[in-house]
Design a protein around this ligand. Sequence first.
Ligand code: GUN
Length: 303
Amino acid sequence: MTLVIGNLDFYVGCPMTANIIDGKTLANALQSEIAQEVKIIVEKGIQPPGLAVILVGDDPASQIYVRNKKAACAKVGFYAQEFLLPAITTEEDLKKLIFSLNQNPKINGILLQLPLPKGMNEKNMLELISPEKDVDCFHPVNVGNMFLGRPRFLPCTPAGIMEMLKHEKIDLKGKKAVVIGRSNIVGKPLAMLLLSAHATVTICHSRTVNLPGITRDADIIVVAIGQAGFLTGDMVSPGQIIIDVGQNKLGEKLVGDVDFAAVARKVAAITPVPGGVGPMTITMLLKNAWQAARLARKTVASR
Ligand code: GUN
């Protein structure tokens, strides 16, 4: 979806040429489709997909993410259960909760919001979630299957980005895609999905030499580094597509990893923050929960 917004000054306070890739509108459309499908199964007497969201501690950003995820579940008619645990929760207690949710037939997806409080081993805790209910696609079994090209689930943010590129009808074959950031949540899995779509992928990070030279030569740049305004106007070229994964708080304002005002003036298309990748991430979570519920029904039917 390419939206040329009438008054682009709204975004930058100065003229620009880039199309705004509207993730929010696309996410709403996809969520309406999911809601429709939920309605159909519920009318047949089938239980709606169920998602458990666990938050340990009181990280303010995580509290907002969890609230948004729960609201999205309600919007599409999923069953959602929220577990708000104090920061002093022990690994043993968290383990008990995850095991009980693994056994709960009303719950198809379990999301353990990251980061966990200091002292908790994220890797160990994530591995306790049954791979069948791992709607984040963080479990090594699901990561492995995704890397081998036979995914049960797709990781939410990378999948949301791929969906936006598909919707924009951007043919990735042979394109030079540069991913800035090598996290397990975004950078690494996204590079793999871009590679599967036949892009030529470069992953850049804090030790990359001559980053501006690499980004200026790209067709598509994805920035997932967690630093406000990291990608500046001198790092981009005309005709490029820019995907901004950043969600940084500047006072009360939410801003991305891209210096939007300077970059949007030069490139062909760009995702805004807010209203770009963020809503698509939540939508892909819903899609994974739907998929988990569908697979669970299949398993029960085959017994
Ligand atoms: N923290 C930041 N992003 C995510 C995400 O996609 N999933 C989970 N579980 N925690 C996060």
